[in-house]
Write a protein of this length. Sequence first.
Length: 374
Amino acid sequence: ETTGKVITCKAAVTWTIDAPMSIEDVEVDPPKAGEVRIKIISSGICGSDNHVLEGDFKVPLPVILGHEGAGIVESIGEGVSSVKPGDKVLTVFLPQCRKCDSCLHAKGNCCLKEDVRHPVGLMLDGTSRFTCRGRKLHNAFGTSTFTEYTVMHEISVVKLDEAAPLEKVCLLACGFTTGYGSAINKARVTPGSTCVVFGLGGVGSSVVLGCKAAGAARIIGIDINEEKLARAKALGVTDCLNPRNFKKPIQQVVVEMTGFGADFSFEAIGTIDTMVAALESCNSSYGVCVIIGVAPEKSQLAFNPMQLLSGRTLKGCFLGDFKTRDHVPLLVDDYMKNKINLDPLITHRLPFLKVNEGFDLLRSGKSVRCVLSF
Ligand code: CND
Ligand code: ZN
Ligand code: ZN
């Protein structure tokens, strides 16, 4: 019985971004009011965690990274009513408090309780639940899944169907939901349309699945990694483009291929150049471009505003524009009814203690998603 007690367990601690994560014994405090302590069972490795390790996305250190997790509630703090010990849950980085301006608006999904764009790495009361070697550790995006136990706010915990397989649905905590929702909710891809997807990692591949589900007739996939292009064909990509095989800018290639530009374009890489290329790949009068990738801190997106005056729409979203606690369980239902197949996205599995190898697989481009098991 661990309820109310500090739990000592293994976690991957990022002390500095210049070194691999180090596996340490950490102490995890019991959950306070409105908080939930979760035993992590599975976690994916997302490109955003890698941006932190590469110095492009600054978060306070030392930190326990990881946000694409699935686990089981170990104990709950005072006042928690939406989950109970034993429940299967997902750890999402975007809360849904159901009270703020964004949550109360029909279209808002970016809850104001936490500013995910500028993470402070602490609980809402300004303190931490993790200690290692006498030092307090930060959390990552209110989640932290590279640890056997984590503590999260109830408002960021998504309750799951008790039959949901955690070693698969962990992808619904970020990558799949982000990509699929960007196509379905944010772009609102229409049947018969032409779509172009920049970046075919876990997020971009999920955009492809969303475009396909929405009935897109043509899906152009763009990546500099040939293996990613080959894999994406099985997901529904109809045309593969490697920008390295062309002398002219890739947006020009896309516009020529499609006549006048794609109906919908998506950026799932996280660089300014590819964001501009995605914008310029969509039709100048009615095209819609959705930015999903997280660009390096302090970078600025610059383009001639004429690109918009002709009629294009530029938008972006977190987590596929879903209201997390309301809508992610519906995606889980779809998964349970075999309407969603996550298997093609999961290319590798590793024990949690090999988390650094998982990042090597992501960086070398070998993995789409590597799922860690605890
Ligand atoms: P991952 O690294 O798996 O995929 C990126 C893909 O881009 C790889 O296949 C690369 O080969 C490819 N690539 C890199 N550079 C280029 C280039 N210049 N031209 C073409 N292809 C290139 O990352 P991921 O799929 O996990 O994440 C993708 C982005 O999405 C990343 O920026 C991440 O931070 C972001 C994201 C956003 C959100 C959100 O809510 N908006 C949530 N999670 C992740
Ligand atoms: Zn992510
Ligand atoms: Zn809110």
